[in-house]
Design a protein around this ligand. Structure first.
Ligand code: C2O
Length: 482
């Protein structure tokens, strides 16, 4: 059994990182046509010739590209299993490369747990320096990152690395309101219904590391940054943590998820493999054969308990009680919008529900949805979203009113029409139950209207001055109760 360890517990140049660096350098030296090479591995995630930072080189034939490249699953219930399989074969390739360099056969990918405190959002030191301690170029270093990333400063904000929203979700699969693992989709290279984990911390930490123009901020360059793989090991670990946190937290059981789609990769010998979701569900099974250091066997139950002691029911039906009418354009300034709310009429208004919940508007939970979020070119990395900020006041001085983050990872891809996608953009859902409950407890909740503010997320020093910020559009903001 291989153990994936926390990079935070390793010395700056622990042998695990020394060997990772050597393997990355060796993989970078392989031709673009080699499935075990660095560029090929990056292109499996996504590839656009115009964004390719490397010099032109002979490429695999088009049929091979079509079969293996541009396959990352996003905005979808395939997000977690596809990335697990992607990491698995990548890790096998790295390990075999290390063994070929006379390194340890027990090597396993470390994970980056950026959520434990503010300092944990500093990029691990081995990734920050252009040169190795003994001299020579460091293959773990990438210049194209947010300015903070290579200056030993935390990237993003505590909201970027927050896992509690995702871990408190009761179900794996989304309907309207995001759950843990993503929407029920077919093959979804740039699909539009991410689960909560995919939104935050996944998307938010991508853009926190990548900044406005760095590799980690776009699908087609993200996997070229060696930190990508440690980020995804942590996302993969959070899947296990979520499953372990309560007996009711289970994976989907539909054949459409388990066995309908085969994903194609190459193994450590460069041989083609096809893998299905039902083959990657248990990390300790022989094919995967890994576990994580520090995964609690039975973590404390993280469940939103609403006033009256009820928890969100898995069979809840979401009802929309308000929506904006015009699309909203976001840029570098704070943008406010507001909408009228109606009284729930559907299942959320049922007397037994209202009595059980005792919530401010007779509901069990309240969700702000941001729908059809689109951008033609990369906008600001993330927006912070606030509700009911008093007029004329700075949203930043009201952290208690922050509904969450809207990270822009993948927004350009999701806005593009192709043969598989309508280009309808991304959807986000932010659970604002606690905010509504608090407002209502101090008599400050107006059941007839809500205002929403979008604030560009900024960290001190964390922006290149010469970047022209492109706009993003939010098609509709709506409020759902369930
Ligand atoms: Cu397929 Cu974190 O991205």
């Amino acid at each position: 059994m291989y153990t994936r360890k926390s990079v935070l517990n390793l010395a700056d140049w622990d042998p695990i990182l020394v060997w990772y660096e050597k393997a990355v350098a060796a993989m970078k030296a392989r031709p673009f046509t080699d499935p075990k090479g660095w560029r090929y591995q990056g292109a499996i995630h996504d590839y656009t010739p115009a964004d390719d930072p490397f010099p032109p080189a002979p490429m695999p034939p088009p049929a091979e590209q079509a079969k293996y490249w541009k396959k990352c699953q996003h905005g979808s219930w395939f997000f977690l299993p596809w990335h697990r399989a992607y990491l698995l074969y990548f890790e096998k390739i790295v390990r075999k490369t290390i063994v070929g360099l006379n390194g340890p056969p027990t090597w396993a990918l470390p994970y980056w747990d950026y959520s434990v405190n503010n300092n944990a959002r500093r990029l691990p030191p081995a990734f920050q320096s252009p040169t190795l301690p003994g001299g020579g170029p460091n293959a773990l270093y990438v210049a194209q990152r947010a300015p903070n990333a290579n200056n030993n400063l935390p990237v993003g904000s505590s909201a970027s690395s927050n896992t509690s929203g995702a871990l408190s979700k009761m179900m794996f699969t989304n309907t309207t309101v995001a759950q843990f693992g993503g929407g029920t989709t077919g093959f979804s290279h740039n699909g539009s219904f991410p689960g909560q984990l995919e939104q935050v911390p996944h998307g938010s930490m991508h853009t926190a590391v990548g900044g406005p123009t760095g590799w980690m901020s776009a699908f087609d360059t993200a996997a070229l940054d060696p930190i990508f793989w440690l980020h995804h090991a942590n996302i993969d670990r959070l899947w296990t943590i979520w499953l372990n946190s309560a007996p009711t937290r289970v994976n989907p059981t539909q054949a459409a998820w388990l066995s309908a789609l085969g994903f194609d990769f190459h193994d450590e010998n460069g041989q083609p493999v096809t893998i299905y979701v039902n083959q990657v569900l248990v990390t300790t099974a022989p094919l995967l054969d890994y576990d994580y250091e520090a995964v609690p066997a039975a973590a404390p139950l993280v469940t939103a308990v609403l006033p009256g002691g009820s928890t969100v029911q898995p069979n809840a039906v979401a009802e929309m009680i308000g929506a904006t009418e015009e699309p909203i354009t976001l840029g570098t300034q704070v943008v406010h919008t507001s909408m009228a709310l109606s009284v729930p009429k559907g299942p959320a208004a049922h007397p037994s529900v209202a009595a059980a919940a005792g919530g401010p508007i007779g509901q069990r939970s309240v969700h702000l949805l941001l729908e059809n979020v689109k951008a033609a070119s990369r906008p600001i990395e993330s927006y912070e979203v606030y509700v009911n900020v008093p007029q004329g006041e700075d949203p930043g001085s009201h952290p208690e009113l922050m509904a969450g983050l809207m990270p822009m990872f993948g927004v350009v891809e999701a806005s593009q029409q192709d043969d598989l996608h309508g280009g309808s953009g991304l959807n986000y859902s932010l659970d604002i139950t606690n905010i509504v409950t608090d407002l209502s407890a101090r008599g400050a909740w107006d059941p007839a209207s809500i205002s929403v503010s979008f604030v560009p997320q900024r960290a001190e020093g964390d922006r290149e001055t010469n970047v022209v910020t492109k706009t993003a559009q939010v098609g509709r903001v709506s409020l759902y109760v369930e």
